[in-house]
Ligand binder design. Structure first.
Ligand code: GMT
Length: 368
């Protein structure tokens, strides 16, 4: 098939999923075209079978907010004409699904599948300013998918039940994300527990709560917290670490192209999010054999199964208690680590999930 993928290029989960989809589809022989305002990090090097098409937005003094959605609709039509695209797969509803509908209205029969990732429904999509166009664009999509059952249910709650939503979870490359050769802390001389958190440090991630939980853990056990990523809450979280006297045990390493290396060195992944439709970094940690302790929000329970531990949102003490129970018990840690890796491989491996998307494409195109 000739497939157009539309996504945000940022390091956020939806961009990662869309780019990994493009790579996996190209490996399966599809002709893949990726459209975005910038080249996604994981596509920096050219990849056979995937062509990148930049969406350029004209700046004009009159435009306080340049109309990206219009430029995207135009680019979708151009790419369809140039490459003979069979179907577009748009990741994150706003504004991508609306642009796809506009492209169809301008250019005739254009098929598109919309994948919902989280805040496009739970935060932005439910905002009064965006609710009606988002609902309309979902109704116009040839298929709508959500990355968890939680998100599918939320979509029905927010937008009404008219649009059928297929649940297709996110996936992980279990060859790239795999356990490292680091021995568990009980077999190491320093016994230092390495905790990791990776995200875009947006307010919804509650990075300061990650640090607060870590400060409690650090008082009880030798421990270090590695923060991977970057975003608006970085300074606040580092200030909280200083206030709590653990700043020298908190290491901010910024964005990482080789996140798998850091994850494979960790003993535990900590997440304090207020909402999380899926939690892709946790799946990547699981694939590396790293148990996760997270707030019990959104679709996280669907991802972790019984391989990690959940604590109520907004209670860093509860998060710390759950983490300490694992970090004090090498046998329990070993069991959870093995179960996490197994669950990632059995339920969330790339090939399995990409096949599910291919089946949806075939259904939309009316092909066997
Ligand atoms: O919704 C966001 O904050 C951005 C979005 C993204 O582009 O990274 O994250 C969402 O999509 C990810 C990939 O499907 C999920 O793993 C995240 O859980 C989800 N974020 C939230 O629900 C907050």
């Amino acid at each position: 098939m000739r497939i157009g993928i539309v996504c945000y290029p940022t390091v956020g989960g939806s961009g990662v999923v869309a780019t990994e989809m493009a790579l996996a589809l190209a490996r399966r022989g599809h002709d893949v075209h990726l459209l975005s305002y910038d080249r996604p990090a994981r596509l920096r090097r050219g990849v056979p079978g995937v062509r990148f098409h930049q969406v350029a937005v004209t700046a004009y003094p009159l435009f306080r907010y340049p109309p990206y959605d219009l430029a995207l609709a135009t680019r979708m039509l151009e790419v369809r004409e140039e490459a003979g695209i069979d179907l577009f797969h748009v990741h994150y509803a706003i504004p991508h699904a609306v642009s796809a509908f506009l492209a169809r209205s301008m250019g005739g029969d254009l098929k598109f599948v919309t994948t919902l990732h989280g805040t496009d429904i739970t935060v932005v999509g439910s905002d009064r300013a965006y609710l009606r166009p988002t609902r309309f664009a979902l109704e116009q999509s040839n298929a709508v998918t959500a990355v968890s059952q939680y998100l599918a249910d939320e979509t029905h709650l927010v937008f009404g039940g008219r649009t059928p939503v297929d649940v297709v979870p996110n996936f992980v490359d279990t060859e790239r994300f795999r356990p490292g050769d680091r021995r568990p802390w009980a077999q190491r001389v320093d016994e230092e527990r390495v905790l990791v958190h990776a995200s875009n440090f947006r307010p919804v991630k509650r990075l300061a709560d990650v640090v607060r939980a870590f400060a409690i853990i650090h008082k009880e056990l030798p421990a270090r917290l590695v923060l991977v990523g970057d975003g608006p809450d970085r300074e606040h979280a580092l200030a909280v670490a200083a206030d709590l006297g653990c700043q020298d045990r908190v290491e901010h390493v910024g964005m990482q192209d080789d996140l798998e290396r850091t994850l494979a060195q960790a003993d535990l992944f900590l997440s304090a999010s207020e909402t999380e439709s899926f939690g892709l970094s946790m799946l990547e940690a699981m694939a590396c054999g790293v148990p996760c302790v997270s707030t019990a929000v959104g679709g996280v329970a669907e991802v972790l199964g019984d391989t990690g531990r959940l604590a109520p949102f907004g209670e860093p003490e509860a998060l710390a208690k759950a983490a300490l129970a694992i970090l004090r018990d090498p046998a329990l840690h070993g069991q959870l680590a093995t179960a996490a890796r197994r669950r990632a491989v059995e339920h969330f491996a790339t090939e399995r999930i990409v096949s599910a998307y291919e089946a949806i494409y075939a259904r939309v195109l009316g092909r066997p």
